[in-house]
Design a protein around this ligand. Sequence first.
Ligand code: KG4
Ligand code: ZN
Length: 417
Amino acid sequence: MRPQYHIRRLADGYGAGETVYMKILAIETSCDETAVAVIEASGDFHADFRYSILGNALLSQASLHAQYGGVFPNLAKREHGRNLVPLLMEALKRADMLVGGKSDEAIITNLEPLLSREKELYGFVAEFLRTHSKPDIDCIAVTHGPGLEPALWVGINFAKALSQAWGLSIVAVNHMEGHIAIAALPGNGEISNFQFPISKKIQFPALALLVSGGHTELVLMKEWLKYHIVGETRDDAAGEAFDKCARILGLPYPGGPEISRLALEARSSKLEARVRFPRPMQTQDNLDFSFSGLKTAVKKHVGHTSQLAPEIIADIARATEDAIVDVLVSKTYRAVGEFSARTLIVSGGVSANQHLRSELERKIPEVLPLGSILFPTPEFATDNAVMIALAGYLHAQKGEFINPETLRAEGNLRLAE
Ligand code: KG4
Ligand code: ZN
């Protein structure tokens, strides 16, 4: 059966003055979080957008990857394959959409070639379809990049299988757009029937600081869905810098939360800072970043010492966090002024960092006197599927669905050229 490229409810009601609700199932597998969510959204994001999270399920593989000091792509692929169906069931159950029933056996057999590289996943999907009916979902959103290609493919093939089995259209989502959407769309973080008009929040031009394990970008948005990358890292991402420095200090992966915790300890202990690391490119007249020198500086400082005292580790953690946050804040300050931004959006895993949040809130109002800074709640700063559902809605609402035959993983996908 071929998927249909339309949305029933949207086609029936949109533009007729009625509120049209769209239920979106979203899948995220770009890195080491497997996530599935169901949201219900309505309205135009320029005006009367509203959404509710109906079901949200997530499993982090971080502890499995910890032994490698970073994400191991083939392990991530295998784990996504094992986690997707249980997470789908959990998200549907929370949304009250897990319905017993049975799909036609021919539909299940037809999925076999599609999932030929994910045999274990095929087994789970087949069992699920033999025992459950199609839920009341209007379309499927899936991350197709950027990220680790083996990991992305699992989510994409899962989305294709469900699309084929249930006759639903697919929206291909850029992971970074998901990070922007969850910070910028109103009501993030509350799992209830929150309903705020979007116009109260974002004002254009808006600037987004996207800081994650793989990306550090300053993105200018003159309107929704129009992105221009005005600055980015020339080497390591901010999250990567946190992770690599943490590894040198013998701290577990992911390093960001560990460094942040120890830095807070060092600051509240009132012990004087004993070390300061360089701030590469901070004073250069551009909006780019460079973080790869930081790990070299930390390594050099640690030297050959095998056993570092806890207060020394905390002191280095503070110096690391200070260096990263200082550079991020300076470049963001410069960019907000240069483009006369009226809203600053800050998102991605590193935006969970409290020190970064408070430094931005302390310094940015000088250049953004009447505007606002939008952060996701810390829970939604790191990877999740609600953000993919939201970005999916932005495109689904415009009828931007993808032909599953051309849908593929794009590890280096960019928001703009
Ligand atoms: O957005 P994300 O979940 O995944 C990617 O798309 O990369 O970001 C993960 C990154 C990791 O590098 C992690 O160390 C960092 O975000 N991170 C933090 C904090 N929480 C997560 N970095 C600094 N402080 C935190 N509290
Ligand atoms: Zn991310």
